[in-house]
Each structure stands twice: as C-alpha cells, then as structure tokens.
Design a protein. Structure first.
Length: 278
C-alpha cells in the first residue's frame, strides 16, 4: 500500500493511539437528528455525536483514499478503507470483539478495530487544526467558507475549508490545500579564505561554522508537506442508528479477534452468550 501523506489525512496517523476511549466517545450519543444537530455543533462535542462518516481524499501523486464508517444499533459498527486496490474492512461488536477482512498482510493493517474512531475523528481534528477548537458547525442555510492555516517549520500551509449543513443531522466538509508559504532558504555565504574545509572537518583538524537553516534542510521539510490541491471530502452524520447489522451477514473470509471461526455474524453473537442452565 502506498503511504497516504500525513498532512492530508493526518488524523489516521496522529490519532492512532486512540483505542477504547475514542471508540466509547464515538458511540456515546443516542440523540435524534434534530437534537444532535442542535447540541453537537461545538467541535469538542462533535466527536461524541458522529454516527457515520464517509471520506474520500484527493492527494496527488498518491492514490485516492476512501473510507466509510457506520454505527449500528447496539453500539456495533462497520468500517471500510480503500487505497487503490487495497482494502481493509472491520466489524466491531458491542463486547469489543472485532472481525477483519483484508487483502493486505496483518502487519500492514494495524488494528482494524480502530478504523471507526480514526475515521470519525479525522474531520474533527482538521476543523480544530485549521479553524480552532471553538469552531461551531453551521446551522442549515449558513454555510461556512473559510481559510485556515497550518504552521510548518519554515512557514504556513493554507487551506480552504467549506462546511455545509445538509439537514437530518448531516454535514459535508470539503478541505483543499491552496498554498504553501515559506521554504526559501537564504543564500549561503561564499566560503572565505581560511575556513574549515569538509576534508579538514572530517579529519578533526577544525570545525565548520554551524548553519541553522540550509537549503537542503528546507527542501527536505518541504517535501514532507502535502502538495497544493490535495485534501478530502467528508460527510458526517449525527443521526441515531436505527438499523442493526443482520445475523445473516457472512463472516467467510473474515478473521476474528478471538481466533475462532464463525459462519455468520449471528453465530458470533450467540457464541458470546452464556449457556442456558438446565
């Protein structure tokens, strides 16, 4: 799998340490769409209210990334991420057991159970990074079209951020990088007579003057940034889940976190229930 540029989908990497706490926060809200849209507009509340998220990236020259997470009744969830021809799917049950299906090697997938919290947290993290932690989602008919900045070692990245309320507890977030400011290294002074050469410095006969910022260092830092034009679109839903993952869902080809094979999701659910006493 080709790496996704960290500055484009930083949440998937920067939020990687989140595990149970994030999962618990993401599934905590049980509100109607109208209530959720009224009470979850503040950014610090939003991560607790998200019930679904669909994300797609445009990150040239990398392959486009797509991700989808859905919470179901009973605090169960299903997530899918796709990069080119590579996919990772995950199902997480309310008791914490999870199931993974992928065409990648296990060491390439990380913890598939974290896909949902990471997908749900990524747009929240970007809104906070670019628009501040006090940002509030707009009410219907009051779209947000703003410019946000993200500092890097020698300047700032500029992003256009658009947020639109779509009704029924859904929001569309469009983020695109518009410019990189900075990165031009000052010209290095020409060597003066008597200065330490590379050969003498390597032999320990003298010390070269310390240069705080070189053209090479700035070029290396600049290469780590996302290119202009990259970004993502996310549609988040704050509605309370009414559907349940069906018992009939086949688990053929899926790997269980408890190491046991199950034919269907219903078999996995029943296996977790204590045996009835005679």
């Amino acid at each position: 799998m080709n790496p996704i540029r960290i500055t484009v989908l930083a949440g998937l990497l920067a939020l990687a340490p989140l595990r149970g706490d994030a999962a618990e926060a993401v599934v905590a809200s049980e509100a109607t769409p109208a209530t959720a849209q009224a009470e979850c507009r503040k950014l610090l509340q939003l991560s607790r209210c998200i019930a679904s998220v669909e994300m797609s990236s445009h990150a040239p020259p990398d392959q486009p990334y797509r991700g989808r997470w859905q919470r179901y009744r009973g605090n169960e969830s299903q997530a899918t991420v796709q990069l080119g021809e590579n996919t990772v799917e995950s199902i997480v049950l309310s008791d914490g057991r999870h199931f993974t299906k992928t065409n990648l090697k296990p060491q390439q997938t990380g913890s598939a159970a974290e896909l949902g919290p990471l997908l749900a947290s990524t747009p929240v993290m970007w809104l906070g990074l670019l628009l501040g932690e006090n940002f509030e989602l707009p009410l219907p008919g009051h779209d947000v079209d703003a410019v946000g900045e993200n500092s890097w070692a020698y300047g700032v990245e500029k992003y256009r951020v658009q947020v639109k309320a779509q009704g029924e507890g859904r929001y569309r977030i469009d983020l695109a990088k518009t410019a990189t400011v900075g990165g031009e290294a000052p010209e290095e002074p020409a060597p003066q007579a008597g200065e330490c050469s590379d050969a003498d410095a390597k032999a320990g006969r003298c010390e070269q003057p310390f240069v705080f910022s070189t053209a090479e260092d700035r070029a290396a830092r600049l290469a780590e940034l996302a290119p202009v034009g990259s970004g993502f679109t996310a549609v988040i839903g704050l509605h309370t889940p009414t559907q349940a993952l069906p018992d009939s869902l086949s688990l053929s080809g899926w790997t269980s976190s408890d190491g046991k094979p199950y034919a269907t999701l219903g078999d996995a659910r029943r296996a977790a229930k204590p045996a009835a006493k005679d």
